[in-house]
Design a protein around this ligand. Sequence first.
Ligand code: SAM
Ligand code: SF4
Length: 350
Amino acid sequence: MSILYIHLPFCNNKCPYCDFFSVPRVSPDIKDRYTDSLILEFEHRKAELGDKLKTMYLGGGSPVLLGSNNLIKLSKHIKDNFKHIEEITIEVNPEQIGDINVFLELMLNLGVNRVSIGVQTTNQSILNLIKRQLDEQKIKETIKLLRHNGIDTSIDMMFGIKDLDADLDYVTECRPEHISFYMFTVAPVYEYFSICPSEHVIDKMFNKIHKKLSASGYIHYEVSNFCLPNKESKHNSAYWEYLSYVGIGAGAHSFLEDKKIRRWNKSDIGAYINDPTTCYETEELDGDKIKREKIMLGLRLLQKGIGEELLDAQMVQQLFDRGYLDRKNGKILINIKAVPIMDEIILKLS
Ligand SMILES: C[S@@+](CC[C@H](N)C(=O)[O-])C[C@H]1O[C@@H](n2cnc3c(N)ncnc32)[C@H](O)[C@@H]1O
Ligand code: SF4
């Protein structure tokens, strides 16, 4: 069982707060060539994926900007190689949904069963500041239409900005199968820094999100992620569980657990198009680093946690006595009240 990430680094405009590798206003010709390069890289590396592909994630950027024909060509090629893929997710910026029936048609054509929509916030003054547009009603209708057609939705929100109550009301009214609440992080540029509250306020906001979404039937299964029962992101769960993944496209990362290798393609569309099979770098991971990363990622899984054998028993007991850790099904979990000091706890445990 393997998982595949495909990076589609195209956006209409670069959002000023976003650090992900993406390029605005790329020509149609480059997108066509990029699609061919993705297919070439996939062919070159598909042996790494084994016999069965469990999940495929089309991320970005704004993947729909690759163009419908290119997306269909790409997904068809992959599905010709792997017949049954359990979960196929695509990210979308609300501004690129367009006509919702046409959007649905494309999703069905691609075989997508999960759409991740970057709502971010409902506060108009913040949307203006971060240069985003949102039609709240349209997103609600899109979720309803997708659900009616067997497609789950995830909503991305950013917190640490204003108006958490309105945002929480909105997401619970939309009731998508999955919600990600990311803490708004920015380089210390004054314009944004002036709207970022203190750490204390952020901790209170985190608690509020946890309480409100838990009371609304969502399971807080990862520090930044909530889902309705059995609606975890299978793709992202594999990252947190430290399983191998293959990433293709400019800027995409891969992790080959058996070889203890991390590899990443250069964040350069031109170089990628020239030769998608050679423009990458690698890092070999030693035992200590692997252990640290396993602890760091595993502790983020608030319901599953990590195996006790990875941790120092004395330190576990100390943190357990202070109420920072819990035990469940033979695993060690971080207690929700300790999440704000998670970095310190990870340091102590690794
Ligand atoms: C790779 S982006 C793709 C989303 C899609 N292109 C869009 O704009 O809606 C995935 C998510 O990362 C989150 N994100 C991006 N920059 C962030 C930042 N500075 N702080 C917190 N979250 C951020 C946003 O919630 C965003 O929806
Ligand atoms: S559209 Fe999405 S990926 Fe592109 S810059 Fe904005 S947040 Fe980042």
